[in-house]
Design a protein around this ligand. Structure first.
Ligand code: GDP
Ligand code: MG
Length: 189
């Protein structure tokens, strides 16, 4: 059976731990210092619910020179991991607009999303309560986890939940070929 392939995009404010979560999941290590301007793809072959899966994960850095670049990778993404830091209230507020941004760009009503409140280990610096994250995820109708890339908490959970969301929501509603009848393939510039 061929592996199912899914394209995941990791979004959120700078410094919340997008790279740390991605690298922890894909490579099993915690990076203390990761260049905040690096935007890169990672591949992870894994098995979820007894199905072999290949994930292509784009760790974004918000450094696009043109908004159209961001739109392009959101259009191509099939599942979105939206990250904020529990130690930075502003990052939760920034995250709260991202679902609408994605829906507008993709012209769909529903999209596979998982919300992650990262840096759970920094309890003494907490600015956003568990309840506030939970509320946002309820509003969005998506799974929510608090995570720690540093202490390896919830990492498997977020990616597993995202794959399940991608399997639950029909691909036509978020796939890249949403203009039915159009024969030519979308190409990446
Ligand atoms: P990005 O800009 O969203 O990609 O954030 P990074 O992954 O580069 O992380 C920003 C900083 O936060 C780095 O110094 C990381 O080591 C740190 N960091 C990331 N995740 C965690 C975490 O779960 N706990 C703690 N304590 N620090 C973290
Ligand atoms: Mg980064």
């Amino acid at each position: 059976m061929p592996r199912r392939e899914y394209k995941i995009v990791v979004l959120g404010s700078g410094g919340v731990g997008k790279s740390a979560l991605t690298v922890q999941y894909c490579c099993g290590t915690f990076v203390e210092k990761y260049d905040p301007t690096i935007e890169d793809f990672y591949r992870k072959d894994t098995e979820i619910d007894n199905t072999p899966i290949c994930l292509e994960i784009l760790d974004t850095a918000g450094t696009e020179q043109f908004v159209s670049m961001r739109d392009l990778y959101i259009q191509n993404g099939q599942g979105f991991l939206i990250v904020y830091s529990i130690a930075n209230y502003h990052s939760l507020r920034d995250a709260s607009t991202l679902k609408d941004t994605i829906l507008n760009i993709k012209h769909v009503d529903e999209v596979p999303i998982v919300l992650a409140g990262n840096k759970k280990d920094l309890e003494d610096q907490r600015e956003a309560s568990f309840q506030e994250g939970k509320e946002l995820s309820k509003q969005w109708g998506c799974p929510f986890f608090e995570t720690s890339a540093k202490q390896e908490i919830g990492i498997q959970d977020i990616f597993t939940a995202l794959v399940r969301e991608m399997e639950r929501i029909p691909i036509q509603s978020y796939g890249r070929h949403r203009r039915r009848g159009k024969k030519s393939k979308c190409t990446i510039l």
